[in-house]
Write a protein that binds this ligand. Structure first.
Ligand SMILES: [Ca+2]
Length: 166
């Protein structure tokens, strides 16, 4: 996934800065770590097309292993009518592996549709005063799992015949 839209005080959120390792290649997104507190988060976003009859899931690799409470990353999906759904929230906390960790998030049922739909995928970060550790994101990809629109077959075993039928 390329061509991210960038929102926030910094424009260099997608960077090849060698001071921060990438999970693959040299490019990655670096969100936060300014050490200041901002009302507005830093955000990268991209429009995706969810095919009909598919359950979308997003996979990304994230490096986040410093202590913080307000310092957080939120993944949000926005439908065409502007409805926002937070898919995932990660507080930057101790105990991380120190490297990139894969994260996969399956979208909730409302993103499953009988027709194609456009969804905006957002990664938003809020900084915390004094915290100079950024979240690093790399290798963001979408998967779309096919799911039939047919109703499930009736499970007769749940309703055994009883004395009502002779
Ligand atoms: Ca990369």
């Amino acid at each position: 996934m390329d061509d991210w839209r960038v929102t926030g005080l910094y424009r260099q959120l997608v960077t090849d800065d060698p001071a921060y390792p990438a999970n693959s290649g040299v490019w990655k997104a670096k969100l936060g770590g300014s050490g200041a507190t901002y009302r507005l988060g830093h955000r990268i976003s991209q429009d995706i097309t969810v095919p009909a009859l598919r359950v979308p899931a997003v996979t990304f690799h994230m490096k986040a292993d410093y202590i913080g409470i307000q310092h957080r990353l939120v993944v949000t999906a926005v439908t065409a009518d502007g409805t926002r759904t937070d898919l995932y929230t990660r507080h930057n906390a101790a105990g991380g592996s120190g490297g990139y960790e894969p994260v996969t998030v399956t979208f909730p049922d409302k993103f499953y549709s009988s027709s194609n739909q456009t969804v905006t995928l957002e990664f938003t970060h809020w900084d915390e005063a004094g915290n100079t550790a950024p979240f690093l994101l790399d290798d963001v990809s979408m998967q779309y799992r096919y799911k039939s629109a047919r109703l499930p077959l009736y499970d007769f075993t749940k309703y055994p015949l009883t004395s009502a039928v002779r």
